[in-house]
Design a protein around this ligand. Structure first.
Ligand SMILES: CC(C)(COP(=O)(O)OP(=O)(O)OC[C@H]1O[C@@H](n2cnc3c(N)ncnc32)[C@H](O)[C@@H]1OP(=O)(O)O)[C@@H](O)C(=O)NCCC(=O)NCCS
Length: 66
């Protein structure tokens, strides 16, 4: 996700993450807990941690083939 540099640090990123999480939880099956994963670039880490995300390492790590 990205917020235009002119509009950063006003709470927009936090509002977007919260709305996405609200929507996912709303749409998830009643009897299941959604498994939500993402790859966090540097600037997003604090934002995601603030919204409850935790690092998966060392049990699982992100991988890429370039
Ligand atoms: C990561 C990103 C989306 C965050 O967007 P944002 O709109 O700036 O996010 P927020 O405003 O909700 O929060 C950013 C910071 O501003 C602070 N902030 C929020 N409202 C504020 C206000 N009114 N005044 C001062 N600071 C404020 C937040 O507390 C937060 O500070 P912290 O990082 O020290 O916790 C944005 O930096 C971005 O687009 N980066 C480039 C792309 C990128 O790397 N994305 C991550 C992909 S994983």
């Amino acid at each position: 996700m990205a917020v235009h540099p002119e509009h950063q640090k006003r709470g927009l990123g936090d509002a977007i993450v919260k709305e996405l999480l609200r929507k996912i939880k709303q749409e998830a099956p009643q009897d299941g807990k959604p498994y939500i994963s993402l790859l966090a670039d540097g600037p997003g880490r604090r934002l995601y941690e603030k919204n409850g995300f935790v690092e998966t390492a060392p049990s699982s790590i992100g991988m890429v083939l370039e």
